[in-house]
Design a protein around this ligand. Structure first.
Ligand code: C2E
Ligand code: MG
Ligand code: MG
Ligand code: MG
Length: 281
């Protein structure tokens, strides 16, 4: 027994753990460099209005184009960016790319197009965040109403009072707000009413139960809840015709998902919008 204990106690010095710490530091350094050198690319996933079938907006999703490792998905580096504070310069980089895209969309003749950006709570907690965002919008001559900010339900509920306060300030700027991954974060209903948000996004895990006959109760309940709070409801991760039929039946407002399109490069998005690509009836 003593032997195994001893072994466990030595874990801290194990070469494996040293390797993990080493890897983490390397990742942090190379992420920092990637942000500085602008090795980050933004994909845009179209959002479709379920009644008209038209593309009304898109969600900006960041990827890391690594010189040796190829494209690295956000789940592999956003947590590191959040833990190290690199999320702040990374978030600014994404926002400025999105502002440039919004300007292009407007000159393409799509002035009402809305692009959403994912924010981490750490960005929201920055003292100067609202002021700086206002400056950035003005600099790029972007209409605040064409920018939407997505924050996950669990990040909002981490410090809900503070969140209400920043969201109010952002609302004052004129940007749109949405609660991301709704249904996974234990909101209390009283807070949900206090958050001044325009959209709730149903987490894609609930969409899977729609395909099973007689199911989809949670999706239905979230749509009803959102509408009774005067919010629009967006379904994410829509992959099948059955899910679309269900969402239309229950009056969901917008959807995004692989059924219509994965995230695409900026120019492909512009083409889809200018060709008026639609969801089949
Ligand atoms: P999210 O905001 O919930 O984004 C939706 C994710 O679902 C995206 O993954 C998207 O590509 C994926 N998805 C879309 N449609 C489908 C579908 O039909 N089926 C399935 N299975 N998946 C679908 P992605 O791009 O890997 O992003 C993952 C997460 O990374 C995002 O979740 C978001 O929380 C975070 N993230 C992405 N970009 C940023 C960013 O610029 N800043 C911050 N703070 N977080 C970001
Ligand atoms: Mg999102
Ligand atoms: Mg989501
Ligand atoms: Mg998510």
């Amino acid at each position: 027994h003593a032997k195994t204990m001893g072994k466990n106690n030595c874990q801290f010095y194990s070469p494996e753990l040293n390797q993990a710490v080493h890897d983490q530091l390397l990742l942090e350094a190379s992420l920092s460099r990637a942000i500085r050198d602008d090795d980050m690319v933004v994909g845009y996933q179209p959002k479709v209005d379920l009644r008209s079938g038209k593309i009304v907006g898109a969600e900006a999703l960041v990827r890391w184009r690594h010189p040796d490792k190829g494209i690295i998905p956000p789940d592999r580096f956003i947590p590191v960016a959040e833990a190290t504070g690199l999320i702040v310069p990374l978030g600014e980089l994404v926002l400025s790319k999105v502002c440039a895209t919004l300007k292009e969309m407007r000159s393409d003749g799509a002035p009402d197009f809305v692009i959403s950006v994912n924010l981490s709570a750490r960005q929201l907690r920055q003292r100067q965040f609202v002021t700086r965002l206002g400056q950035m919008l003005a600099q790029h001559q972007v209409e605040p109403g064409s920018l939407e900010l997505e924050v996950t339900e669990s990040q909002l509920m981490d410090q809900p009072e503070e969140a209400v306060d920043v969201l109010e300030q952002l609302k004052g700027l004129g940007v749109r707000l949405s609660i991301d991954d709704f249904g996974t974060g234990y909101s209390s209903l009283s807070y949900l009413r206090k958050f001044p948000v325009d959209f709730i996004k149903i987490d894609r895990s609930f969409l899977s139960d729609v395909s099973i006959e007689g199911n989809g109760v949670i999706t239905r309940a979230i749509i009803g809840l959102g509408h009774s709070l005067r919010m629009k409801v967006v379904a994410e991760g829509v992959e099948t015709r059955e899910q679309i039929a269900f969402l239309r039946d229950y009056d969901c407002d917008q959807m995004q998902g692989y059924y219509f399109s994965p995230p695409v490069p900026r120019d492909s998005l512009r083409q889809m919008v200018s060709k008026d690509t639609r969801l089949p009836d």
